[in-house]
Each structure stands twice: as C-alpha cells, then as structure tokens.
Design a protein around this ligand. Structure first.
Ligand code: ADP
Length: 251
C-alpha cells in the first residue's frame, strides 16, 4: 500500500527581499531568502553583525514586511492581509523570546505570562487562562514564583518566565532572539537546555544567535552573510534525510 505523506511547512519564505530606503542610500538587508520551517524543526540563524539576522526574524515573526517575495504561514499567504489580521496570526501562531526578556516589572509573573491570552478572540474563560498559565509555568519549573514580580527574580529565572509567556498561547513556533545574551554562562546553559527539551517534546524553534556553541544546539544551522543564506551542510543533510524519510514512508 502506498502512503502519501508529505511534510507540511509551517512557514515558507520564497525570494524574500528587504530593502531599507533612505533619501541618499538603499540597504539590502535581505537579498534572496528561500527557506521553509517544518513542524518540530530546530533552526539556528547565525552570522556577523549587520548580516540581516534581526530583519529576518522580524519578517518571520510578522513584525515587519518584506519589500518583495512571498511568505506563507500554515499555507496562508500573508502579503495581502491587514495589519490587524497579521497581528491575529502572530498572536495565535508565534511565541517570541527576546534577549532582554521584555517582562513588565509592575505586574506579577502570573499576569506577565497571561498577557498574550488577553488578546484572544473569542475571549478565553478565566479557568482556561489559569490552566494555560500554570501549565506553561510548570514547563519552565517556575509555578512556585507566580506571585512574584519579575524584578524579584534572577536573570535566568526571568528568561524562563519569558519562555512561559511565549508558550502560553500554544504557538506553532517559537522565534528566539539571542536568548542567552543577557545571561551568565551557567544560566545561559540552563536556558538552552530548556529550549532543547521543548524541541524534543515537539516545539518548533527558530533562533538567532551569534554564539557558535549555542547554534550547535540546533538541528539545522543557517549562516547569513550580507542578506543571503550561505550553503549549509547541516541543512542539506536535513533535507536529504527528510527526503529519505518521505521516500521510506511512501513505500
Ligand atoms: P543583524 O541582526 O544581523 O545585526 P540587521 O538585520 O539588524 O542585522 O541589519 C541588516 C542591515 O540592514 C544592516 O546593514 C542594517 O544597518 C540595516 N538596517 C536594519 N534596520 C534598518 C532600518 N530600520 N533602516 C535602515 N537600515 C536598517
């Protein structure tokens, strides 16, 4: 019997360009980006300062729009959507983790983690919000700190809270920007181990990092230079083995 199993891309970028225009000059931040992110992937994006990493992550996260090219998320073309529709897709599908944690010190850890759920339509019940918040705090082993304020916690703990906030809406993908940049190496290693565990449990991750040690945690390593993805051995190997899997599943 023939099983037709084709892997579906969560996000597909085709011929993505990003040009920043000023009166006297144009900067080609991204030149011709073609990439696909599949469920369960763990991708790192590395490269020297100014090569386009943040621009690429912003486009992947629907925080910025490309100058040209196509972007599909779950097969849906986003180019013609309104800003509100893009925000809704972002809220439903994408969890962000930033170098600077970006937590709000005036409210509790619980309320910080609950924040992304406040923008859900239709509104979620208080019971569902509570379950999801406590569930994601448990994933990062911080449920015992839910009444603290973020500034009462260490940097490593704050980043774990930020990860819980990114997970609370059950996103399709985590976009992670230099997650260890504000941490000492011990806490950095702990945060990376947590991301590894989340990926093993099925969370899809795309992470920007300039630290080669941490880029090595990813299964697929992309190198950017001057807005172009360089040929990458691990990517080719991953594509080969995914092709092989699909062929095996087809017989
Ligand atoms: P990286 O994250 O790898 O350091 P960026 O994506 O921030 O690189 O930047 C890529 C290029 O685009 C750089 O040359 C940068 O100066 C330029 N750039 C980024 N943002 C802007 C902007 N808002 N306006 C003009 N140029 C920008």
């Amino acid at each position: 019997m023939t099983k037709h199993i084709t892997k579906k891309a969560l996000i597909e970028l085709k011929n993505i360009q990003k040009v920043y225009s000023k009166i006297d000059m144009e900067t080609h931040a991204l030149r011709d980006i073609n990439m696909a992110i599949y469920e369960g992937d763990y991708i790192s994006i590395s490269g020297p300062s100014g090569c386009g990493k943040s621009t690429l992550l912003s486009i992947l996260g629907l925080l910025d729009t490309p100058s040209d090219g196509s972007y599909l998320i779950n097969g849906q073309q986003v180019a013609n959507l309104t800003a509100d529709d893009r925000a809704e897709i972002r809220n439903l599908h994408i969890g962000f983790i930033f170098q600077a944690f970006n937590l709000i010190d005036e409210i509790s850890v619980y309320d910080n983690v609950a924040l992304p759920l406040k923008y859900r339509e239709p509104k979620l019940s208080a019971k569902v919000v509570h379950e999801q918040v406590m569930d994601s705090l448990e994933k990062v082993e911080m449920q015992h700190r839910c009444t603290h304020k973020p500034n009462q916690l260490s940097g490593g703990q704050q980043q774990r809270i930020a990860i819980a906030r990114a997970l609370v809406g059950k996103p399709s993908i985590l976009l992670v920007d230099e997650p260890t940049g504000n941490l000492d190496s011990k806490n950095g290693d702990l945060v990376m181990a947590l991301l590894d565990d989340l990926n093993k449990e099925g969370t899809t991750i795309c992470m920007v990092t300039h630290d080669p040690r941490y880029a090595d945690h990813a299964k697929i390593k992309l190198n950017l230079l001057d807005g172009i993805i360089l040929e990458n051995l691990s990517l080719n190997n991953a594509l080969d083995s995914s092709l092989e899997n699909n062929l095996q599943e087809a017989v």
